[in-house]
Write a protein that binds this ligand. Structure first.
Ligand code: ZN
Length: 86
């Protein structure tokens, strides 16, 4: 494997892998670096919690529609606007 052997992912990597991480589709070695990163990075931890919440919400709200992807995107945009407000 020519993959990086770094024990920790960067924020960019965490962000890049977030969806696959949430889907449980990452190789366990990669998932582990994301795990570690989220545990030590406030920004990514809150992004992670946001995604988890979003997914739970999407499950509830979008289960009636066939277009889950679109429903999720709409929700995401709405929620991200809320997240920016301090
Ligand atoms: Zn981070």
């Amino acid at each position: 494997m020519a993959e990086t052997t770094a024990l920790e992912a960067t924020c960019a990597e965490a962000e890049q892998h977030m969806q696959a991480y949430l889907d449980g589709q990452l190789a366990s070695a990669v998932a582990l670096t994301i795990d570690r990163h989220i545990a030590g990075c406030k920004g990514c931890a809150s992004a992670y919690r946001f995604e988890v919440k979003l997914r739970a919400y999407v499950k509830r709200c979008c289960s009636e529609t066939d277009d889950t992807t679109r429903c999720r995107e709409e929700l995401r945009q709405r929620l991200e606007r809320c997240r920016d407000i301090r």
